[in-house]
Design a protein around this ligand. Structure first.
Ligand SMILES: Cc1cc2nc3c(=O)[nH]c(=O)nc-3n(C[C@H](O)[C@H](O)[C@H](O)COP(=O)(O)OP(=O)(O)OC[C@H]3O[C@@H](n4cnc5c(N)ncnc54)[C@H](O)[C@@H]3O)c2cc1C
Length: 429
């Protein structure tokens, strides 16, 4: 049994979170700031520019916040992929320290939105479990966590194999590490909360209005949109994994990779709590990433990962995801899939997000699958930078934004890379 009787090719988060409205039909002809993309980045930036008194228009090619920001796994972890040592070797100690400080600040800022500002997006400091796929991975994990730079150390507990049931009920792992500072959110509610804040600050947000071309003019830009021309003094490209032919410069630097999630049918909460104790986020050390959690009501398991290199029909991908879920949780063999959906994550060639701008054209994107905290944080940061030239720069701003020869926006090399990674996982390398 793969599909539950109530199966829909639909994002589970939208079951209990209404999408923001599409906004007015008619666009203003001129604004101070035009933001392209209405996910966490665009909405967080719009609030800052509008609060500073700049007329701000956000346009999105699809539904408002309909990209990754309403359809992700809702997991919040320390978000930079390269280690502190790698960043130090590439950029020096001060930059590495600055980047890691911002990574911690991004998570703290998200917690503060829930705790101090009362935004309702189901913030849960649940912690996360990182499962070791092999004994060698377990030893490496323990070494990595034990040798963290003290200033940026994440609090953790080692889970040896004989205590695995405290963290997960799965035959896949040889132990692992619980990171107690990880958290989870309801991603669509976070998007709605950021939308409400941007609009309350005075921004206008319009869905189903693709930006088609950006032309530089004497005092800013003319942006050609699906609903006419808009003159803007400043433009922010906040399109992440949906970056399209609008700007070839950005398109050559962002690699869109499909990520897929299934939600099980309703389960006995006792079973969910046994499979994933304490409702922690689950990831593991395999190269082909999976990310797993329980739903906020504790009645379903949400299983995310990479089902296919090119397929975007989620119903065709659901059996692959179901098989991966069964391998992790044999107890779910006869449990059906109730929802399946996907989205495009924006990767970069150095595994780092990038933000910056020149002569009024700004960008902020490339969170490599970690944008719940990072897009919210850096979106607000780039918004402040656009309106206040004295605002402190981010440690990321000096980083070159790399591209690769023969890459123009179609990630032709990804299927081969994923197959190689799958083989390495299979052989437990
Ligand atoms: C399935 C999935 C699971 C994920 N899980 C996690 C997770 O657990 N934790 C985590 O931290 N991150 C996760 N992520 C990543 C995270 O969701 C993103 O990094 C984050 O939402 C990026 O926000 P954004 O605003 O930059 O981009 P998006 O929310 O993707 O918004 C970009 C928007 O730009 C619009 N756009 C593109 N081109 C144009 C144009 N020419 N004109 C107008 N609009 C345009 C698109 O329509 C889109 O709405 C996941 C992503 C996916 C897809």
């Amino acid at each position: 049994m793969i599909f539950a009787p109530d199966y829909q090719a639909h994002c589970y988060w939208q079951d209990d979170s209404a999408s923001p409205p599409a906004g007015p039909e008619t666009l203003p002809t001129a604004v101070d700031v035009l933001i392209i993309g209405s996910g966490y980045t665009g909405l967080a930036a719009a609030r800052e520019t509008a609060l500073a008194g700049r007329s701000t228009l956000v346009v999105d090619a699809g539904p408002v916040a309909g990209g990754c920001s309403s359809r992700n796994g809702g997991q919040v972890a320390f978000s930079f992929k390269p280690s502190h040592a790698t960043l130090m070797a590439q950029h020096g100690r001060a930059v590495a320290d600055g980047i890691y400080r911002e990574g911690l600040a991004a998570n703290a800022a998200l917690a503060a939105l829930a705790r101090d500002e009362g935004l309702d997006f189901d913030w849960r400091p649940c912690g996360g479990f990182l499962g070791a796929h092999t004994r060698r991975h377990f030893d490496a994990l323990v070494r990595t966590f034990a040798s963290q730079v003290p200033e940026f150390a994440e609090p953790f507990e080692i889970v040896p194999k004989h205590r695995l049931a405290e963290a997960i009920d799965s035959p896949l792992y040889q132990g692992g590490v619980i990171v107690t500072s990880d958290a989870s959110v309801h991603p669509a509610r976070l998007a709605s909360a950021l939308y409400a804040r941007a609009v309350a600050a005075g921004a206008v947000v319009v869905g189903h209005c693709r930006a088609q071309a950006i032309t530089r003019v004497a005092d800013g830009f003319m942006v050609h949109t699906a609903r006419g021309l808009v003159r803007a003094a400043q433009v922010l490209v906040a399109t992440n994994g949906y970056t399209d032919s609008l700007s070839t410069w950005h398109r050559r630097r962002v690699v869109p990779i499909g990520s897929y999630i299934i939600a099980t049918e309703l389960l006995d909460p006792a079973l969910v709590a046994r499979l994933i104790p304490a409702a922690r986020n689950i990831c593991d050390t395999r190269r082909v990433v999976v990310y797993v959690r329980s739903s906020p009501d504790g009645r379903r398991i949400l299983f995310g990962g990479r089902a296919s290199a090119a397929e975007t029909d989620v119903t065709r991908c659901a059996p692959v995801m179901h098989k991966m879920m069964r391998e992790m949780f044999p107890a779910l063999t006869n449990v059906g899939v109730s929802r399946a959906w996907m989205g495009f994550v924006g990767f970069t060639f150095d595994n780092m997000p990038h933000l910056g701008g020149k002569d009024g054209l700004y960008h902020c994107l490339g969170y490599c699958g970690q944008g719940v905290p990072l897009a919210t944080y850096y979106g607000a940061h780039i918004g402040r930078r656009m309106v206040d030239r004295h605002a402190a720069p981010s440690a990321l701003e000096g980083l070159a934004f790399p591209r690769r020869p023969y890459y123009h926006g179609r990630p032709w090399f990804v299927p081969l890379a994923v197959q190689t990674y799958r083989l390495m996982d299979w052989f437990k390398l």
